[in-house]
Structures are given as C-alpha cells and as structure tokens.
Ligand binder design. Structure first.
Ligand SMILES: C[S@@+](CC[C@H](N)C(=O)[O-])C[C@H]1O[C@@H](n2cnc3c(N)ncnc32)[C@H](O)[C@@H]1O
Length: 234
C-alpha cells in the first residue's frame, strides 16, 4: 500500500474509534461498559449536571409536581420514593408544591449526584426556613433496599435506560409500590442510539401490565422523553 493509502486507512480507523468512543461514553453515557462506568461518569459531571440540563422550576411544577398531586388527591402526605434521583429534581418539585406534606426517599448510586442533591436541599431549607423531609440514600435501582408495597408513589425519571437491566429496575420500582399506588417513569424516545435499553409504547405497556400495573398512560414531556403513568393493581 502507498504512503497515502496507509494514511487514509489509519485516518479511517481513527475516525471509527472516535465515533465508537463518543457513542460509548457520551451518547449512551457508558451504559454498555457497565454500571461502574455509568456512575463514574455521573460522579464526574455531577457539579455541572443542572447547568447541562437547564432545569426550569415552572416546568417541573407543571409537568411533574402538579399532575402527581392531582393524581394522588386527596392524599397530600404520600410516602414517596424517587429512584435515581440525581440532583433531587423530583423531590424539590414536590417540596415546592403548596399542597405536598409527604415524605420522600431519594435514591441514587452516584455519591457525586447525591452530594449535589444535598446542597440543593440545604439551600431549599435556608430559603423556605423549614426542614425538608427528604432522606437521600445510596442505592441501586436494580435492588432497592425496601420491602414490598412500601410507597404510595414511586418515580424514576430519565434513568431506567442507564441501569444494567431497565426491566429489572422497573420491576423493583413496582415491587416497592403499594397496591393502588402511583408509578411515574420515563421512556426515552431517541432509543435508536441505545438498543435494548428503551421500549416501544406497545412493549412497555405489555411489560407494565405483566408486572401488575394498570391504567397505563403516555404523556408528552420533552424531545427525548415521554412520561409514563400507571397504577399498581389492588
Ligand atoms: C439522567 S440522570 C436523571 C436524574 C434525575 N432522575 C432527574 O430527572 O434529573 C440519571 C441518574 O441515574 C443514576 N443511576 C444510573 N444508574 C443507576 C443505578 N443502577 N441505580 C441507581 N441510580 C442510577 C445516575 O447516577 C443519575 O443520577
């Protein structure tokens, strides 16, 4: 092969390796490299996570806290579990809701994300001059350290696809939900980049029904995610 041919071949290989690295580490956030890599990446980016995501309090009220409180009514004091809570987006949205007087367990495997969550909860306590009834804990979505039927509401937002087995994590969410309890999860819409980690609506509906979830509803949310609601059969 001529020098030019060798150079083109090497450039081609380098491009393929860069594309593969980008897909493995950035696009799919390390999920095909194992749980440790996912958590390492979240630990690394935890301090910048909220800036990257551009969360808006008014949207989180409108699309998360308000519809949750409407569905839970008249129960204003639910026991909540937020699985893969990240920087406590869902707990803070609920705490800021005027009718919420419940308690929240917020679990994640990344200590970096939990640290950011604790800082935000401290700021909340200073701002509102009241204690935040939120317990942060380090726990794996695939093996939740709670007994069956413990919670009135279980949420898992933008996270199932980053766990080693999304179906197992979903089964765990449902296991710890009480009969009649409310489930809110998300399904990623740009799933073609994450084969085996997301579901079609039909497949997710079937899976949820097979593990005892009824009244499955899909509601639009963001470009990348759809909200999925369900109620655990009594
Ligand atoms: C995209 S963030 C979503 C965080 C939060 N739910 C939100 O809506 O902002 C994904 C979160 O899942 C967590 N995570 C990934 N794998 C996990 C696992 N196996 N168990 C628990 N948390 C996990 C990460 O640490 C990260 O905080």
């Amino acid at each position: 092969m001529s020098d030019l041919g060798t150079l083109i071949a090497l450039a081609g290989i380098a491009l393929i390796l860069i594309a593969l690295g980008w897909w493995l580490l950035i696009e799919s956030e390390g999920v095909y490299l194992g749980r440790r890599v996912v958590i390492w990446l979240y630990d690394l980016y935890a301090g910048r996570y909220d800036d990257i995501k551009h969360f808006r309090q008014d949207y989180d009220h409108l699309f998360l806290a308000q519809p949750i409180m409407e569905r839970l009514a008249p129960n204003r004091a639910p026991l909540v579990l937020d699985v893969a809570t990240g920087t406590a987006r869902l707990p803070l949205a609920l705490l800021r809701h005027e009718h919420f007087i419940g308690r929240i367990y917020a679990a994640d495997l990344s200590m970096g994300m939990l640290y950011q969550a604790s800082r935000k909860l401290e700021r909340y306590q200073r701002e509102y001059q009241e204690s935040a009834p939120v317990l942060l804990l380090c726990a794996d979505a695939g093996a939740l350290p709670f007994s069956n039927g413990a919670f009135d509401l279980v949420t898992c937002l933008e996270a199932l696809e980053f766990t080693p087995s999304p179906a197992q994590s979903l089964r765990e969410c449902v296991r710890v939900l009480r009969p009649g309890g409310l489930l809110l999860i998300t399904n990623r819409l740009t799933g073609r980049w994450m084969p085996g980690k997301t579901w079609t609506q039909a497949d997710l509906t079937l899976l949820l029904m097979s593990i005892g979830i009824e009244q499955v509803r899909f509601e639009p949310w963001q470009v990348d995610y759809i909200r999925v609601w369900g109620v655990k059969a009594a």
